[in-house]
Design a protein around this ligand. Structure first.
Ligand code: SAH
Length: 241
């Protein structure tokens, strides 16, 4: 789940209780680990905290090695393991090594984060759907086509986007998304450090800088942001585009 241990699924809790070894990412809140057996070994494989990131191949090898020694391995990630979570790659690597794998879905931050401030991402009065996109291009790869997304009419939920907010705004404006389009930024949703801002595309870069809204954070772009009870200060109609 996105943070709060109360948002774990029953399946997740059962898997945690069975585990003898847990490989844990940074985004996982400490309260989640309370469901592990006391005897379970915890291995932190996160990418934050100033340490060099744990290479993905190392994580794969470690899971396989532990399982081969008879351990019951649980891999704990933030949100849903298949939404920007590398869960697909990890499951592939395990299956290739002949391991039995169970994937336990979780509540993705891209849905639960907006909901934490009252934003329903597919509210039919405002939008025909939602696109979950990364703001962070793969090494050497291309990022999303922001101009095309701007023209899609979908609510946009951008993961890993706060550090690249200027480029994202420029791309969306290129696709003619109006400057007055509402945008919410939700940081550390469903954790004790949750913070948010509600602004417009025109003011987004300044808002993120002034309010120091840092990762992990989501951008929610679209008229659905007006559904938030906290959006009352947004101008209803603005003349400048
Ligand atoms: N698998 C995760 C996403 C991992 S990618 C999921 O389904 O939620 C990491 C990005 O997710 C962060 O950069 C941020 O954009 C978002 N994120 C994860 N947890 C978050 C939280 N509690 N609040 C806001 N954004 C979060």
């Amino acid at each position: 789940g996105p943070g709060d241990p109360e948002l774990l699924t029953v399946q997740a809790v059962k898997a945690l209780r069975r585990a003898t070894v847990a490989l844990v990412d940074d985004l996982v809140q400490p309260g989640v680990l309370r469901y592990l057996k006391r005897s379970a070994r915890i291995v932190r494989v996160g990418k934050r905290g100033g340490c060099a990131s744990t290479p993905q191949a190392f994580i794969h090898r470690l899971m396989v090695a532990e399982a081969r020694q008879g351990e019951q391995v649980v891999r704990i990630k933030g949100g849903d393991p298949f939404v920007f979570g590398r869960g697909g790659e990890e499951a592939d690597a395990l299956r290739a090594a002949g391991m039995a794998v169970q994937v336990v879905n979780g509540l993705t931050a891209g849905i639960a984060g907006p909901a934490a401030i009252g934003v329903p991402v597919t509210d039919r009065r405002h939008s025909p759907g939602v696109a979950l996109v990364t703001g962070h291009a793969q090494d050497g790869g291309q990022g999303p086509d922001w101009a095309a997304l701007a023209r899609s009419g979908l609510t946009l939920v951008v993961y890993m986007g706060v550090a690249r907010v200027a480029a994202i705004v420029a791309g969306l404006r290129e696709g003619s998304l109006p400057a007055h389009t509402p945008v919410a930024v939700v940081s550390a949703a469903h954790t004790p450090r949750q913070r948010h801002a509600i602004t417009t595309l025109a003011d987004l870069v300044d808002t993120v800088a002034q309010q120091q809204l840092a990762s992990p954070a989501l951008l929610v772009v679209g008229e659905v942001v007006r559904c938030s009870p906290r959006a009352a200060l947004l101008p209803a109609v603005q003349q400048v585009a």
